[in-house]
Design a protein around this ligand. Sequence first.
Ligand SMILES: [Fe+2]
Length: 363
Amino acid sequence: MDEFPVKGMDAVVFAVGNAKQAAHYYSTAFGMRRVAYRGPENGSPDEAVHVLESGGARFVFRGPVRAGTGIGRHVAEHGDGIVDLAIEVPDVEAAYRHAVAKGATGLEEPHVMEDEYGKVTIAAIATYGETRHSLVDRSNYSGPYLPGFAAADPIVEPPEKRFFQAIDHCVGNVERMDEWAGFYHRVMGFTDMAEFIGDDIATEYSALMSKVVADGTRKVKFPLNEPAESKRKSQIDEYLEFYGGPGVQHIALATNDILASVDRMRAAGVEFLDSPDSYYDDPELRARIGEVRVPIEELRARRILVDRDEDGYLLQIFTKPVQDRPTVFFELIERHGSLGFGKGNFKALFEAIEREQERRGNL
Ligand SMILES: [Fe+2]
């Protein structure tokens, strides 16, 4: 019996300085479709909120409309970032009571919101930093997002083929990984996934430790990173300094055609991390990855990484930070059986990230 059943990710909610422009960027560069809006025109005098979708993935962009708002303060403090990893659950009341009984901080008691499309039950608990988990039951709702939101037209004509169809995992940067892994074990009954990384990647390049917690069905996966001791400033330390504390580091987006998605996103101006040529020249690479669906030269041309484990393989690539601060970024991931997160790529990835850090003078 699952003590904290979940149906999946409901939404990733961003606080941004200018939600109108963010909605445009994610429409043109990430191929998303705007579906809903709420702002001063329909009952939200302080905040403009644009809701975008790509398949089953939903992003919500909240921006301040006037001075002196809570969302404006969050942006001033942290820059553009993620305020809420909302989780869809079958029973909000039970999930909330369980979480609070296990020590989670309640931020919003369960309550019902209603309009002509039906009812949504919602509650919220706190997690690391100033991030929250809304708990959402929308099983009795047919509207475009939440009660109070109006359906909205796409900002640009959405692409014929979407760039990604789901949220694969959401990664947090924290100061104490074990404490937060324990939080998810206790509060949500999540368990560690097979792939977790301890001292074995604390090389001269890495300086981070990572652990992955997930629900029993593996629909909601939350890797957690903490900085590790090293000679140079870790990328996690850089994040914590520039974000102003713990927060969401990256969102991985599941795609079934990473080559096409990378090509279209690059053409639209998205910057991806450049993996070194040495990665593709390494004679051990072919031995390590075996047969994959595309020639290595196609991966090299796009700087896509590949990793294999006992269950299969995955293709992945990481964007550079998508705002001026070196904080939040995205990953595209195409899975072929593998349930991993690219452990075999960590060293290649760290080298690439550290080259960027060096250019910013933060290494
Ligand atoms: Fe990832």
